[in-house]
Design a protein around this ligand. Sequence first.
Ligand code: CA2
Length: 143
Amino acid sequence: MNILVLNGPNINMLGIREPGIYSKQTFQDLLQLLEDTAQKEGITLEQYQSNHEGSLVDKIQAAYGKFDGIVINPAAYTHTSVAILDALKAVAIPAVEVHISNVDAREPFRQISYPGLYCEKTIKGQGLDGYRQAIVYLKEKYG
Ligand code: CA2
């Protein structure tokens, strides 16, 4: 099974500020967790982080026919991006949305998720472990 893990803007800054919301763990810790999870679950995985909406859309389009599942944390684009929602719908690859923080308990503008309207599951407030849970979910269902 081949899974694409996508991260949106500022996820590469994890651990640098706001540890109370996003934990003290860094982006490097996330990359390590993804590598360890792929090895443990016996899957192949590619990760991609971008601060640019169009680059994320391009990556989703390029995933067509190459990946069996997508794990996506669109970060701030969660709350604005119909383009990412449409790209996910276009490729129709099973997808799970991850949020490190519990967005439900935060500002009202974080309550809407456009990509989440396509994703079959959303994992929120589990810290970096949410990515592991999303990968395990996809493997158990589609692997
Ligand atoms: O909880 C999540 O995973 C979020 O997707 C993280 C986004 C936020 O805009 C979403 O509402 C929820 C923010 C990504 C990282 O932002 C940082 C802010 C300060 C310091 C480091 C990272």
